[in-house]
Design a protein around this ligand. Structure first.
Ligand SMILES: [Zn+2]
Ligand SMILES: [Zn+2]
Length: 314
């Protein structure tokens, strides 16, 4: 099969013919969403589980019976550790992750543990539904951990934020979207999806909560200053540049700063049931498998509107 291989962090992905994978449920990949985590692995900011590695953990595929399934980031958990037993398998100490420890979906075929795959709702194409499998699932976990406040800030308006904005508006919240300075396309997309404000400076009023999707630590003090007393700031990414020091008064008055890690299978079931009710619509830019490196380049440069998806059907 054809696959895009990461031979070594820092080097471009290489398209190669490799044997079909073994050791699980065999899946024909139709589409695979491109996540910023893939870029962190490509650039050496996160450590790959093995090399060469096939990236990609937002896999839309069909199994041998022709059933359409989704494969998310969480590939396997131990089931017996204190976290697994407590319903917090996202924190399992022995968890394995798709596209990091297990080869992922930048390939024509993949294998997965059936217990960690999900049937996908109808009504969205393979390309459109792929970004729900990480941006949607982990974004929704971040939204729940942000609390029920009405005024929600989203820092970084890419794949995850453009999905979560729709969910938040559906829940009756007011969304304030923060983008890079002058990113008119992202600001327009945010307004189109129901954000009442989009910009790069201070929001027009204090927020109840903020979710930081961009991997930029300098946004943490800015977001803390943008939330009202008692507000929550959630860091939703797996990697972030160092957070600059900030005065304690920016955290005081019971502001909360926390991160989100991975997902549980319950998160996936909950979000995949919710998405058609919103209904969530995604904006995607498709790339062929041999353009995977270009997709990562454009993501790094902030030149993707909505979500990038690898289309394995062409
Ligand atoms: Zn465990
Ligand atoms: Zn991801």
């Amino acid at each position: 099969m054809r696959a895009a291989l990461l031979d070594e962090p820092g080097r471009p992905l290489r398209i190669a013919d490799v044997p079909e994978p073994e050791g699980g449920m065999l899946l024909r990949v139709h589409a695979c969403g491109v996540c910023r985590t893939d870029l962190h692995l490509r650039d050496g900011e996160l450590e790959p589980g093995h090399l060469p590695l096939i990236l990609g953990h937002q896999i839309v595929a069909t199994d041998e019976d022709g059933r359409r399934v989704g494969v998310p980031w969480l590939a396997w958990t131990c089931g017996v550790c204190e976290y697994c037993v407590a319903g917090r398998e996202n924190l399992c100490r022995r968890a394995r992750f798709t596209g990091r420890d297990v080869d992922g979906g930048y390939a024509e075929y993949a294998v997965a543990d059936e217990r960690f795959c999900f049937p996908l709702p109808d009504g969205m194409s393979d390309l459109e539904i792929a970004p729900l499998l990480c941006g949607g699932l982990i974004g929704h976990r971040a939204l729940r951990l942000a609390g029920d406040g009405a005024r929600l800030g989203l820092y970084g308006f890419g794949a995850a934020a453009h999905i979560i904005c729709q969910v938040a508006v559906h829940e009756g919240r007011r969304v304030f979207a923060f983008t890079r300075a002058g990113d008119d396309d992202a600001q327009r997309l945010a307004r189109d999806l129901g954000a009442e404000w989009a910009g790069d400076g201070r929001p027009p009023e204090p927020l109840d909560a903020a979710i930081i999707f961009a991997p930029a630590g300098e946004l943490v003090p800015l977001a803390l200053r943008a939330v009202a007393p008692g507000g929550t700031v959630v860091c939703a990414g797996i990697h972030m540049s160092d957070i600059p020091s900030f005065p304690y008064r920016d955290l005081w008055e019971e502001r909360v700063l926390r991160s989100v890690a991975n997902l549980t299978r319950a998160d996936a079931e909950e979000f995949l049931a919710l998405a058609p009710q919103v209904p969530v619509r995604t904006t995607v830019t498709a790339f062929a498998l041999d353009q995977a490196e270009e997709a990562l380049d454009r993501l790094r440069a902030g030149r993707i509107e909505g979500a990038a998806v690898i289309d394995l059907r062409r």
